[in-house]
Design a protein around this ligand. Structure first.
Ligand code: CTP
Ligand code: ZN
Length: 155
């Protein structure tokens, strides 16, 4: 790390999700329920970034993201870098890669979808179309933009 002053303090132990497109950090915190475990979280919004112009950043103390969670975050922040920090050192960088599917986080926006009637798990296929990421419901095959979908209260 350079000795320039950090906009958001360094953390001792946990995960830093860096290079989030500006505007997505709060949504990611909400969608992935990062507030639920009462971990200390610091957030930087609209920070200058050479790569992205402006970026958001999330630092979660004492929480290690799994490779699966990292891939789910890639749906919203394809250029994010996920850094695992231990004893103030970055010990692992997870390159975000889109998952082929995502289960049990979002509910289908099609009110006629079978997933609303039965307590089935939700499954969406993830498809990249240029800069867009689409989610296609396994059950009703309807396609949704990533910005449309909402967290399900069920999971
Ligand atoms: N970081 C932190 N606390 C630490 C170590 C690192 O909050 N104890 C943060 C840094 O502020 C940075 C991210 O974790 O946002 C990655 O750290 P590092 O790999 O040192 O920075 P860069 O080399 O700039 O990373 P990249 O190449 O991903 O831009
Ligand atoms: Zn559906």
């Amino acid at each position: 790390m350079t000795n320039k002053t950090l906009s958001v303090s360094a953390i001792n132990n946990g995960t830093v999700i860096d290079h989030i497109p500006s505007g997505y950090a709060l949504r990611i915190i909400h969608l992935f329920r990062f507030l639920h475990d009462k971990n200390k979280i610091t957030v930087g919004l609209n920070l200058p970034s050479k790569r992205l112009g402006l970026k958001d950043l999330i630092k979660i103390e004492n929480r290690m993201l799994t490779d699966l969670e990292a891939s789910e975050i890639a749906i919203f922040a394809p250029e994010a870098t996920i850094n695992i920090v231990n004893d103030f050192e970055v010990i692992k960088k997870i390159e975000t890669k889109l998952p082929t599917n995502i289960a049990n986080i979002f509910h289908c926006l099609n009110t006629k979808c079978i997933t609303h009637k039965e307590q089935t798990e939700s499954v969406f296929y993830v498809k990249e179309q240029g800069k867009q990421v689409k989610l296609i419901c396994h059950y009703c095959e309807k396609s949704f933009e990533r910005d449309q979908i909402k967290r399900s209260a069920r999971y």
